[in-house]
Design a protein around this ligand. Structure first.
Ligand SMILES: Cc1cc2nc3c(=O)[nH]c(=O)nc-3n(C[C@H](O)[C@H](O)[C@H](O)COP(=O)(O)O)c2cc1C
Length: 206
């Protein structure tokens, strides 16, 4: 079993990474392999709604790590996405990244447990957390929770390491995700995945 953790901060070893590392440590301690992937600090393309990914399953942009990440996520058993809070939302880059990652045919992500983690200096954490959770809940991904909304507070990794409650939230999240992954593994061959209906799509609300 492996969990992919995406660091959506421009800082490869900043606060978001620190929080993700604590989650990863608990996953590893509980027998789940981990990989932390950094989205980098170069511009991430926005989705240009060209629709080409519906045919190929790949994004037309290849000069950022979205396609690479999609391949990793297809193989992974679970996902954790981390972002710094920028103006009370997830960062612009991770939003562009997630728009494209999830606009690809997201069927392979179905029923993979997922969680969001955010890092902020002071405010806007729960709004950013909501922002990221929306990607999972439109993709049939069971959302793993912790004892509080998954946020750490700090402007530097050292400050994050002083956020005792935030660190505990990360540890609990890692253990909860490991437990759910083991449950899913134990159910393989015994409890079938839920039946999936043919998709209905109406571009209006009655
Ligand atoms: C453009 C920008 C906007 C930010 N907006 C917020 C904010 O709305 N609320 C907040 O608490 N911190 C805000 N911050 C601070 C970061 O969220 C915080 O330092 C975070 O822990 C950095 O994580 P990182 O080291 O992984 O990049 C902002 C930082 C930047 C660069």
């Amino acid at each position: 079993m492996e969990v992919l953790l995406i660091n959506g901060s421009p800082h490869p070893k900043g606060c978001t990474y620190t929080a993700l590392s604590v989650v990863a440590e608990q996953l590893e301690k509980n027998g789940v392999a981990t990989q932390i992937m950094h989205i980098g600090n170069k511009p991430i393309h926005d989705c240009i709604a060209c629709g080409k990914c519906a045919e190929s399953g790949l994004c037309i942009f290849n000069d950022d790590p979205v396609n690479e990440c999609a391949a990793l996520l297809k193989k992974a058993d679970g996902l954790v996405v981390g972002s710094p809070v920028f103006y009370a939302s997830a960062s612009g880059s991770i939003n562009s990244f997630m728009d494209r990652l999830f606009f690809l045919k997201s069927d392979p992500y179905r029923l993979k447990p997922a969680a969001a983690v955010v890092s902020c200096r002071r405010g806007g954490a729960s709004a950013a957390f909501d922002n990221l959770n929306k990607y999972f809940t439109i993709s049939q991904m069971p959302v793993v929770s912790s004892q509080y909304w998954n946020a750490v507070h700090g402007n530097t990794p050292e400050e994050v390491m002083q956020d005792a409650e935030g660190l505990q939230i990360m540890r609990t999240l890692g253990r909860n995700m490991a437990w759910l992954l083991k449950c899913i593994e134990a159910a393989k061959g015994k409890i079938p995945f839920p039946e999936e209906e043919e998709g209905v799509m109406t571009n209006f609300i009655r």
